[in-house]
Design a protein. Sequence first.
Length: 276
Amino acid sequence: LSAASDVYKRHDEESEKGTEKKRKKKYSSLDKRLSEIKSIQHKNGKYNYPEVIKLLIAVNDESQRESKRKTAPLVSQRRKQLLEGNFEEYLNLAQESFDIEKAIEAKYTTRALKKFGVKRDEFELEISHIPPASFRADIESKLSQRGEEVDPPPHLTKEKTKEIFVSMSSMQSVENPKFIALREKLEARVAALDPKIRSQIEFEIMQFVVTDCLYNEYKLTEEEYNAAIRKYDIVHDKEISPVIEEKMAVMRAISNQTESVSYTHLTLPTSDRVEI
């Protein structure tokens, strides 16, 4: 029995080592970026704001990279159901996508904060004291300074990009008749939830709707579309300014409702969703 016990013990130890090796490989890119951050807190315990921004962007980038791989099969199914107007099934797929993203985000956030000896609930409580609008602006500024990963398609001119931008923005309006039925179904699903969580889920699901429509109607991915927006500096175009102002008012309202719920999907927009 003793010999058998030793065998099982060695097997468990080897299994744990193998698991840890896989874990390190999986998070190697995140760990490398975190190693460039000295500390997210000053000696007096207060958070080092610029370093916090770096941490959140690193978590955002790396968790979204894994999320894209995990949700890829669902994305194609979502597009099909949306195109066919099967809103009930679409919402099922969108909710599944949302759940996967949040689970992955939680894992990466926990790992990042653990490196600096910080508990997630304490961290989010402290960060929630920062005005959401300014926090978002700072993060978007950092994201916009990074290099583009893809080039916009040759046919996507500045005028066409502006046209799509206006179309996508109107799609997010609660008055948009095209998705009234979908919104009603979504609101019914989340009606019993806490208002903050409800607002977050509604926002995220409608973001899926916008990006899925982007592909269905224009055959563009988020990356291609956002690359065109950066290339032509659409957000500073005078004709687009009124649309931007309207979108920012909506975003501020959502941020104020959800400021303590999530800091990698709402207060921190994903690199692919900054402009949409």
